[in-house]
Design a protein around this ligand. Structure first.
Ligand code: MRU
Length: 360
């Protein structure tokens, strides 16, 4: 039996960060080794690693790489340099809040600590390792909490890749699909290709193939007709940021799917960890939307498919308003409308029990 290539997306080994290079999939399975924080920034910007939780963990590993490379014995110089690195890492991609969350988690641990530079370096590494482990546990919990929303016979559409590759392992929205498949088996899974970078076709379909989970790939433009034909009866996606009122930012095309789902009376679910909530954002309108290189649209596999003097607009994400979302599935349980109320009571509960929430 051929062993599955699907392994941890990102790993710390002998002071190096090893990443599955997602630009090469599904053609080739290659690992990318990063030894500096600048290489991590490059990997995030070029999408060798992508997906909100994975970007967060990559950024935090970037802090660890930077920390071990700073050779000074002057503690305030060490902290100042690290603070600069944190800023640079935070500037690598703007939309997924998980990046800033993970960097803050590391920073909060060391900012007021009265210990030697060597101890601080060790603490950073073990903190990032524990954030990575926590991400995997969180995804399994999201998977379990999603089970109640699905039943035998469901035909589920997912968008982009909110799978193992978008996290350290297992995935959020695709994690729910995995756990439903494991328990109920008799479901149909539709994956849309997700233009322009094709995270659905290249990554989600690859993951499912590696896990031997049957699935059907469709073009983005086919989703509406399949809903009309009742060939799709549920949609589940991930999120890059969730505002206090339940509006979400996710891969471009998510909004259109939510409108189609509403029109066809189909439940539209979002699966995401609590670290994706940004309660400082009142609604989705203030979430920064990344604009990416026009080449992603004018070229396909390195080949030009549009005149190079055409104007191009390439927002990488869109906002789905909370009214279009049936439930948000987290590791703490599912949140239902009215989201303003349910999100704030979840956060209050977490504060009461001393648990940390997305942005301090
Ligand atoms: O541009 P990407 O590939 O980083 O976008 C990824 C998505 O939009 C995912 O759906 C989102 O990050 C959730 S991943 C668990």
């Amino acid at each position: 039996m051929v062993e599955s290539m699907l392994k941890r997306t990102i790993e710390w080994k002998e002071n190096k960060v090893i990443i599955i290079d997602q630009r090469k999939l599904p053609d080739r399975f290659e690992l990318l080794t990063c030894t500096t924080y600048e290489e991590i920034i490059d990997a995030i910007q070029n999408m060798a690693i992508r997906g909100a939780p994975a970007i967060g963990i990559a950024g935090a590993y970037g802090m660890a790489l930077a920390a071990i490379s700073i050779k000074t014995t002057d503690k305030s110089l060490f902290m100042n340099k690290l603070k600069e690195v944190k800023k640079e890492l935070a500037n690598s991609r703007p939309t997924a809040i998980n990046l800033f969350w993970a960097l803050d988690e590391v920073w909060r641990l060391i900012v007021d600590i009265d210990e030697s530079i060597n101890n601080i370096k060790e603490r950073i590494i073990s903190k990032v390792e524990s954030l990575a482990e926590q991400d995997i546990r969180t995804n399994y919990l999201i998977g379990e909490n999603g089970l109640n929303f699905f039943e035998d016979g469901d035909s589920i559409l997912t968008h982009c890749n909110a799978g193992s590759l978008a996290t350290v392992f297992y995935g959020t929205a695709l994690g729910v699909i995995r756990s439903v498949y494991e328990k109920k088996k008799n479901i149909k899974i539709f994956v849309d290709e997700t233009r322009p970078v094709l995270q659905g076709a290249r990554l989600t379909a690859w993951e499912l193939s590696e896990s031997k989970i049957p699935h059907t790939l469709i073009c983005d433009s086919m989703a509406g007709f399949l809903m009309y034909q009742r060939k799709i009866n549920k949609v589940i996606v991930g999120a890059d940021r969730i505002a206090a009122n339940g509006d979400i930012a996710n891969k471009i095309g998510t909004y259109s799917l939510s409108v189609l789902a509403k029109t066809h009376n189909i439940p539209f679910y979002v699966a995401a960890p609590i670290s994706t909530f940004d309660i400082k954002m009142k609604n989705g309108n203030s979430i920064p939307i990344e604009e990416r290189n026009p080449r992603e649209i004018t070229h396909f596999s390195g080949k030009m498919i549009a005149p190079n003097n055409s104007m191009v607009y390439n927002p990488a994400f869109d906002i789905t308003p909370h009214e279009n979302i049936s439930a948000i599935i987290t590791e703490k349980g599912a949140i239902k409308p009215p989201y303003g109320k349910s999100i704030s009571s979840l956060i209050q509960n977490m504060k009461r029990t001393g648990e940390k929430i997305a942005k301090p």
